[in-house]
Design a protein around this ligand. Structure first.
Ligand SMILES: [Zn+2]
Length: 89
């Protein structure tokens, strides 16, 4: 029986082939949820969802699109907002 903390589904289960040709069950942390647009809740493209330890080694340019509101709003909502601002609304 695994340890109590591994009995829940907090950790995902991975089958790993180990030397000696046996398959063992390993436990890994689940990935964080995917980034969503703050306005329309659509899934954002170009924003990885990785564990913090992987995200911290990633360049900033790989973590969100390089444009105003990149990583916060989707492209359609950004366009809409910028037009609205230009019109003074
Ligand atoms: Zn949006």
């Amino acid at each position: 029986m695994p340890r109590g903390m591994y009995r829940s589904r907090t950790f995902r289960r991975i089958f790993v082939k180990v030397p000696g040709n046996t398959v063992k069950l390993h436990y890994r942390r689940r990935k964080p949820s995917k980034a969503k647009c703050a306005n329309c809740k659509k899934l954002l493209i170009g924003v990885p969802h990785e564990l913090p330890l992987k995200m911290k080694n990633m360049p900033k340019t790989a973590k969100r699109p390089e444009r105003p509101y990149g990583g916060m709003l989707c492209s359609a909502c950004t366009r809409q907002l910028l037009k609205q601002k230009a019109r003074g609304g």
